[in-house]
Write a protein that binds this ligand. Structure first.
Ligand code: HEM
Length: 506
């Protein structure tokens, strides 16, 4: 008995010392937050606060610790959760928070490497972001460009014809009877082709694009901004690869890789430096130029090319698509909003031609609806994770180098210091008393600073063209219940399940 008591006392003492050590491992003046427990540290408390949604957990912990910045240790590495409009904006903009974390999820995205634009940092990221944006501009990305606009206008026209036609039996997955279509899947084809045209100068069958979009979507649905348990304790993938997401991550990323690899190899065979028709040509040309001059290729490798193509491709169906999904849910919930947009379209454009980007400045209400939907449902509620690149302070707290910085765009978009009645869908908040669009747009759904979303203009333009083109021609009604915008799916991208609508000709 005495031996048992001694062993028990020794065990309890050891446990207390271990727990005390864990609890006191945080750096001095680190933001307040939950203590650390074995294995996942304070991450347990994040899960307890809200198992599915980190942006909701951030709200709970900020309230609990009465601080807009909450700090915890996820396993060994420090994490901060940033809330409140001013601090969110500061964290987005300051260069100290410009890095991206090197975690299992971000590496696995590029099948083990850190490549592309979204998940890289330092010189590699700077060089590739600058190069890709400069080259893509030549094909109409992020600016006005007549031939690209014409092409997308053609896609909107095709959507309208599609909604007026009887369904093709091959398309039963998104079109089950005349006018009855699945949102957002309906948009995956045109959105994918809009960007692939600039990237690889080619257009694909809508059905193939829907399949690819579903594949990339499964990746962003199997991971979130924290990287989840897989990033804190990567060894768990050996025990339950399906549950912890490593298997889906691998399968889906391999599919994206294969799709772009085939395109790159095909182009390499017939590439000529005399004529550049798309981003792929521009990248291959740079690679050849470096080789000719006997210089180090640096970040200009074939693998980097493939992941850059993937980084510009996937947000078009998989971020703009979900944004349209939630916008359409708002339209179905508020039919009067549809009527007001239609009145504006009829007044500014009429019915004889489709709305175009020149009309945007004359359609403040439509623009305000787009902003309000992006504010209430920011698609990426916790910004793509950032990494603190040097020891610094934020809000008076010490933030050590390599801290994982989780910035709640959601919280900023609902901050009552900035937004009156933030829970209400009220597009008029973006208009002045004369109905003009307010100059300053406070929404932070596209991030901010040097890492601001590279596709913001492209996304906003295409959302405007789809919304105005379709509402010019149809009223939309949800089939059955209006989708519940609270019923979001878990993941890095946060949207609601797809739903059927009836498009009724006006
Ligand atoms: C409604 C649509 C979209 C939303 C809400 C959105 C949101 C975001 C957010 C929050 C970030 C992280 C920014 C940061 O760290 O500060 C981001 C990054 C990025 N987005 Fe978007 N995005 C959208 C559409 C697009 C589209 C259509 C493209 C490309 C065609 C795109 C390309 C990118 C790229 C390349 C980055 C990485 C930028 C970097 O790390 O330097 N996005 N986006």
């Amino acid at each position: 008995m005495a031996t048992f008591i001694i062993i028990l006392l020794a065990f309890v003492t050891f446990l207390c010392i271990y727990l005390h050590k864990l609890c006191t491992k945080k750096p001095k003046n680190f933001p307040p937050g939950p203590p650390s427990l074995p294995i996942w540290g304070g991450y347990w408390f994040l899960l307890l606060a809200n198992y599915n949604f980190t942006h909701k957990a951030a709200d709970v912990l900020a309230k609990r610790y009465k601080s807009k910045i909450v700090g915890l240790l996820a396993g060994d590495f420090p994490v901060i959760l940033v809330t409140g409009y001013d601090l969110v904006k500061e964290a987005l903009i300051r260069d100290e928070f410009i890095g991206r974390p090197d975690i299992y999820a971000t590496r696995y995205r590029s099948l083990g490497d850190l490549l592309g634009i979204v998940f890289t940092d330092g010189h590699h990221w700077k060089e590739q972001r600058r190069f890709s944006l400069r080259q893509l501009r030549d094909y109409g990305f992020g600016r006005r460009f007549a031939s690209t606009e014409e092409l997308f206008e053609g896609d909107v026209k095709a959507l309208i014809e599609y909604l007026n036609a009887n369904p093709n039996p091959n398309d039963n997955d998104i079109h089950c009877k005349k006018g009855r279509v699945l949102i957002p899947d309906l948009f995956y084809g045109p959105l994918s082709n809009a960007i692939l045209h600039m990237l690889v100068g080619k257009r694909f069958e809508d059905k193939e694009m829907r399949e690819l979009a579903h594949s990339t979507l499964r990746f962003v649905r199997n991971v979130d901004a924290t990287g989840r348990a897989l990033s804190i304790t990567p060894w768990i993938r050996h025990f339950a690869p399906d549950y912890f997401g490593s298997k889906p991550l691998h399968i889906e990323n391999k599919r994206t890789w294969d799709f772009f690899l085939e395109l790159v190899e095909e182009r390499q065979k017939k590439f000529s430096d005399d004529h550049h028709g798309d981003f792929l040509d521009a990248f291959l040309s740079r690679m050849q130029q470096l080789q000719r001059e006997g210089l180090d290729l640096g970040s200009f490798t074939e693998k980097q090319l493939i992941w850059t193509l993937a980084d510009y491709f996937f947000p078009s169906p998989n971020v703009v698509g979900p944004a349209l999904n939630m916008l359409w849910a708002h339209l179905c919930k508020y039919p009067d909003v549809q009527v007001k947009i239609q009145e504006e379209i009829d007044r500014v454009v009429g019915r004889s031609r489709l709305p175009n980007l020149d009309d945007r400045k004359n359609m403040p209400y439509t623009e305000a609806v787009l902003r309000e939907s992006l504010r209430m449902d920011p698609v990426v509620p916790i910004n793509t994770p950032r990494r603190c690149v040097e020891d610094t302070t934020l809000g008076g707290y010490f933030i050590p180098k390599d801290t994982l910085v989780l910035i709640s765009l959601w919280n900023a978009n609902y901050d009552s210091q900035i937004w009156e009645d933030p829970e209400q869908f009220r597009p008029e908040r973006f208009l002045d008393d004369n109905g003009n669009l307010l100059k300053k747009d406070y929404i932070l759904s596209f991030g901010a600073g040097k890492r601001l979303c590279a596709g913001e203009t492209f996304a906003r333009n295409n959302m405007f063209l789809i919304l105005s083109g379709l509402l010019q021609n149809f009223n939309f009604k949800a089939v059955g219940e209006v989708p519940n915008l609270e019923n979001k799916k878990w993941g890095f991208i946060c949207d609601i399940p797809a739903f059927w609508v009836d498009a009724i000709s006006r």
